[in-house]
Design a protein around this ligand. Structure first.
Ligand code: ZN
Length: 681
């Protein structure tokens, strides 16, 4: 007889298959609760043993022992959260809501443990006398800072309050994300043949497939996934349909009822401010930015404001041009947010004589994956060999063995490219196992998750230019995880400051749009012909097109995020009213909407970018300036520059000071001029 208590749990066993990858085919939702329970117990025991050690603290018996603790919990959590994001279901969602506060409590018990902090503090005080390597010194400083910032050393009542706040925030963050997903799933716009005017073939094919999947064969479905709604808004000639789709998209998280996020967001802002005050910071934004490359909210605001003014000026000029198109067609309406993408597409076609639809047949998903791999080969000597012998968590998911220059395995790369209802929206990189070599080399298992539309029956999946850029962006993060070459897990791969982490990813986007790359990989899916030179050169001159709009939709979101977290005591804030006031204050053009409105702004309420959405722009200063290093060398694959980029950025994780690492790569500090040139501001 078997009972659940003695039955084997694949999550708790050693994984002995290829790459020691998780045995997805045997993992079921019911395995997670007992696995979390056992793993948490082990982790607790390991950490308590370090804290209770009678031996005087050393780097080995304290820091390295902590770095070794919680391995099992790490394994279980990685599998769980990757599935919860990319292949969720009701069971996993219920576990997610329950486990978030439990994990927050575990974290609090660790970071608010006095005897543990005393050991770390004593080591920190010894400083140079410990004879640590540069990497070890960074690791010790990291631990000390993490403990201080969590509230270690504060009086007991403050610590208890901080613990309660973190648990509550963890629960709220999980609910926030689930509510957005629920609102996205709940909305579907079904079209008939005569509603398709203007829509390109690729869109129609995938809309037909989605409609059939959702039980409406013969019709066409628009969904709120970015890869569906954005092309719809760009191409549909039906202003009425565009308006209702746009309104549904903009209202996610603000629809009343059980999935409304306004009260959740308000409570989160309030709790974050309280936490910052308890730890001794003026506001949550000050607390948050103290541990970044920017260091202060002022520095981040300065950068955002320096882009805002020229961005708005340019956007208003763009708007005038769009209004002229409306007038020219005898239209009698003012350009609204649901018109912008559509009219901009018309303008692009008129001014540059090409449309996105013309581009798309050349941007096949498989060729773009190949292109991302090719650039990694030229720059870093990596090779990718697809593996068909691994059982992954969905039949559409693919995997590649990644080999280095010497043919030795570097990593396992997993690509999960297609949208499905069980996946949250957006695109991201994550790991199932991070790189480290504390006890011998451990190679990483890295995953990229996208939400691309599948091709129609028998057709390849075709990407928009923005989709292709997203693929390169996330692959840049993946390289940061795969090329990592550090000893300690806490500073491995993408474990770097939030405003530095987008640098390797945004930098990688540059290779996607280089003519040399497009000539080789942008091949027509029917004829195999490369993109015509005329189209290519139009594409390149059109690069700065609509950049005022792009600067405004992004910067508005980043400014609202920072200002929302700059209030020392926000009280019962109405996030929607706050947003409205803030946009009025900074002079947001009526015809442009924020890229992410507060009720569905998952970056800042469920994904760790709170007070830090500015990071993308901060990193863009670095990526624009950094790519010019290759241009100055006269070769986008220049081996000397690529070597420095590898050593000081992609392989370095958090082992170096960010400013110093950047300067070592570039030979000087970053300058924002390249960003202004790139965006034509
Ligand atoms: Zn990113």
């Amino acid at each position: 007889m078997t009972t659940s208590s003695i039955e084997s749990n694949p999550l708790l066993e050693a994984w002995t298959g290829p790459f020691e990858a998780p045995p997805f085919e045997r993992i079921e939702p019911r395995h997670f609760r007992p696995a979390f329970e056992a793993a948490l117990k082990d982790a607790r025991g390991e950490i308590d043993a370090v804290a209770a050690s009678p031996a005087p603290p050393t780097f080995a018996n304290t820091i390295e022992a902590l770095e070794r603790s919680g391995r099992k919990l790490e394994k279980v959590s990685r599998v769980f959260f990757n599935l919860a994001g990319a292949a969720t279901n009701d069971e996993l969602q219920a576990i997610e809501r329950d486990i978030a506060p439990v994990l927050a409590r575990h974290r609090n018990e660790t970071f608010l443990n006095d005897s543990l902090f005393k050991r770390i503090d004593a080591l920190k005080a010894e400083g140079d006398k410990l004879g640590l390597s540069a990497e070890q010194a960074r690791v010790l400083a990291r631990y000390h800072l993490d403990f201080t910032r969590a509230g270690a050393g504060l009086p007991p009542e403050a610590k208890a309050r901080l613990a309660a706040i973190s648990e509550r925030l963890a629960t709220l963050g999980a609910e926030f994300g689930q509510n957005v997903l629920a609102d996205e799933k709940a909305w579907l716009m079904l079209l008939n043949e005569d509603d398709l005017d203007g829509l390109p073939d690729f869109f129609i094919a995938s809309a037909a497939r989605v409609a059939a999947e959702r039980g409406h064969p013969g019709r066409y479905a628009v969904t709120l996934s970015r890869s569906s709604i954005e092309p719809f808004l760009q191409f549909s000639t039906r202003r009425d349909l565009r308006e209702s789709a746009f309104r549904a998209w903009a209202a996610r998280g603000e629809n009343g009822g059980a999935t409304d996020n306004r009260a959740i967001a308000a409570e989160m802002v309030r709790l974050r401010a309280e936490r910052a005050r308890l730890i001794g910071y003026e506001t949550y934004a000050h607390y948050r930015l103290a541990d970044t490359m920017a260091k202060t909210p002022r520095a981040a605001l300065d950068l955002l404001e320096s882009v805002w003014t020229p961005g708005v000026r340019r956007a208003l000029k763009e708007q005038e041009a769009l209004q002229e198109i409306v007038a020219g067609e005898g239209g009698n309406f003012k350009v609204a947010p649901w018109d912008w993408r559509y009219l901009a597409e018309k303008r692009r076609k008129a001014e540059f004589d090409f449309d996105e639809g013309e581009l798309k047949p050349y941007l096949q998903l498989d060729r773009m994956i190949e292109a991302a791999f090719y650039a990694a080969g030229r720059l870093f000597g990596l090779e990718f060999a697809e593996r068909f012998d691994l059982e992954l968590y969905d039949p559409d998911v693919r995997a590649w063995a990644v080999l280095g220059r010497d043919g030795a395995p570097v990593a396992l790369f997993i690509g999960d490219y297609f949208a499905r209802p069980s996946k949250r929206s957006g695109a991201w990189m994550s790991v199932f196992r991070g790189q480290q070599k504390l006890d011998g080399p451990q190679s990483p298992i890295v995953v990229n998750v996208m939400n691309f539309a599948k091709g129609g029956e028998g057709e390849p999946s075709l990407l928009s230019f923005a989709d292709a850029r997203t693929l390169f962006h996330e692959f840049g993060h993946a390289l940061h995880g795969m090329l990592s070459d550090v000893t300690y897990p806490i500073i491995s791969g993408t474990h770097v400051a939030g405003d530095f982490v987008e640098f390797p990813s945004q930098l990688y986007e540059h290779w996607m749009s280089e003519p040399e790359m497009l000539r080789r990989f942008a091949l027509h899916y029917k004829t195999g012909e490369p993109m015509p030179e005329a189209l290519l050169s139009k594409l390149i001159t059109a690069r700065r097109f609509n950049q005022g709009w792009a600067a405004v939709e992004y910067t508005a979101s980043a400014l609202v995020d920072l200002r929302l977290h700059l209030d020392p005591s926000p009280g019962d804030v109405d996030v929607v009213a706050f947003e409205r006031q803030e946009l009025a204050r900074i002079g947001m053009p009526d015809a442009i909407a924020m890229r992410h409105r507060s009720p569905h702004f998952q970056h800042i309420f469920s994904a760790g970018y709170s007070a830090a959405y500015y990071s993308y722009l901060w990193s863009e200063v670095l990526d624009a300036d950094g790519f010019e290093a290759f241009e100055e060398a006269g070769d986008i694959f220049d081996a000397v520059v690529a070597r420095r980029l590898h050593d000081f950025v992609y392989a370095a994780g958090g082992s170096r000071d960010y400013e110093a690492a950047y300067a070592a790569f570039r030979g000087r500090a970053p300058s924002p001029q390249a960003l202004f040139r790139k965006r034509g501001l």
